[in-house]
Write a protein that binds this ligand. Structure first.
Ligand SMILES: Cc1cc2nc3c(=O)[nH]c(=O)nc-3n(C[C@H](O)[C@H](O)[C@H](O)COP(=O)(O)O)c2cc1C
Length: 397
């Protein structure tokens, strides 16, 4: 795609990779991705907002050159210093040695490690304005979206919010704007998946950032990946507010039992824990991980207040689907969540201990564990029920 004017004095000068299927190891994408960078040619000064992955630096600089001489660039704004947006910076700075990089304090510390050359860097304060002549940039600090460095840049006269990874999702295509492409359920899902993977751990920061931009007259949102949003930016802010509020905040605590079981013994324990949760006022769900799939289970765990994870011991370990669930979660997902581990075994019984150790290291608040030899008898089923009661109790506390 060539460079493109997105409005008056603002141009898209980014890059696209429609063939990408795995982003940063952690995310899949069915439609590639874009690395959005924007150039503002003000009446007095010029600014590039965000960069692209290093592999696309030449293309990026060529697109900037279509509209101005890169050697005369005044500012390069780094809303987010992650290498998919800052990789090109070292090359752009070679062309534009006099440009001043504008970023947050955290961003400046990251850039020192990312850019192996001296460059002019200025830390911008929350609410600070920088004039390009007929366009004024206003900076809104929005930390932890999804790194400590993140910043929004609002071009006041244009009404464009440059939002970094926020409001992004992975997609490359012919159209640059959301109203140029047929908006499908898959895009909605890609948007939600992006939020869940990168931003959900920082829900409260998302809500803080939304509050800070509430009063701005935003006519367009220009994110770092995916389409530029001009169809109804205010509605997108609301969608994000809903995403960010969809955490474990309901009055009725949510509990979840996820297990695997070869002969049904661990399942018997799971069902006792589930019953105890319900009788103790929790909104409960129960799943066999082998049926539902580890990713879906991990997704559900993110929204729960309490989790019970069960596996039999097989070949001196917990079963693979359980490890896949835990590998799909981050320490942010686990942080402070009440949890128990349980399972059946025949002679050595390592699974429960190993799960508990891993969950503890991830940051789950482990309430207790239960390992039962082979088929649970009446007393052991009572113990499983009591484990569910303690889990529910811990959430109330
Ligand atoms: C292939 C296989 C390997 C096993 N390895 C172990 C083991 O290393 N240690 C152990 O205590 N039990 C082992 N067991 C026994 C199971 O843990 C035991 O049968 C348990 O009750 C199964 O619970 P479930 O019905 O929930 O799957 C193994 C069972 C199978 C089928």
């Amino acid at each position: 795609m060539l460079s493109k004017r997105i409005q008056n004095r603002v141009f898209w000068v980014g890059a696209q990779n429609p063939d990408l299927r795995t982003f940063d190891v952690v995310m899949h994408t069915d439609a590639g991705t874009s690395y959005n960078s924007y150039l503002i040619v003000g009446s007095e000064k010029t600014a590039v907002i965000d960069g692209v992955r290093e592999a696309y630096a030449t293309e990026h600089i060529a697109k900037i050159s279509e509209h101005c001489d890169p050697a005369k660039l005044d500012y390069i704004v780094c809303n987010h210093t992650e290498p998919d947006h800052s990789g090109s910076l070292v090359h752009l700075l070679e062309m534009a040695p006099h440009a001043t990089v504008l970023c947050t304090k955290a961003g400046s510390l990251f850039l020192k490690k990312l850019v192996p050359r001296n460059f002019k860097c200025r830390v911008v304060e929350d609410g600070e304005r920088v004039s390009l002549g007929d366009v004024t940039l206003r900076f809104v600090q929005a930390p932890f979206l999804h790194w400590p460095d993140s910043l929004f840049t609002f071009a006041e006269e244009e009404g464009i919010l440059f939002s970094g990874d926020v409001f992004s999702f992975h997609m490359a295509g012919e159209g640059l704007f959301d109203d140029e492409i047929a908006w499908t359920g898959e895009m909605e899902a890609a948007q939600r998946y992006y939020f869940d993977t990168l931003l959900a751990p920082f829900r409260s920061y998302v809500l803080d950032a939304l509050e800070k931009i509430r009063g701005l007259s935003i006519r367009m949102i220009a994110p770092a990946h995916g389409p530029v949003r001009r169809r109804n930016p205010q509605a997108l802010l609301e969608v994000y507010r809903e995403y960010a509020s969809d955490g474990p905040v309901s009055d009725t605590p949510k509990g979840y039992v996820a297990y695997v079981s070869c002969y049904g013994y661990t399942r018997e324990l799971a069902e006792e824990i589930y019953r105890a949760g319900i009788r103790n006022g929790m909104d409960m769900e129960i799943d066999d991980i082998a049926e539902v799939g580890p990713e879906r289970v991990a997704e559900k765990i993110r929204r729960m207040d309490a989790v019970a994870l069960g596996s039999p011991t097989v070949n001196r370990d917990a079963l693979k689907p359980v490890w896949e669930v835990l590998a799909s979660l981050s320490a942010y997902d686990a942080r402070g969540k009440r949890a128990v581990a349980f399972g059946s075994f025949a002679w050595s019984g390592e699974a429960v201990r190993y799960m508990a150790e891993r969950m503890g290291r991830m940051g789950f608040r482990l309430v207790d564990t239960l390992a039962v030899k082979l088929r649970p008898d009446a007393e052991e089923r009572r113990q499983a029920y009591a484990l569910g009661e303690r889990l529910a109790q811990s959430v109330r506390e």
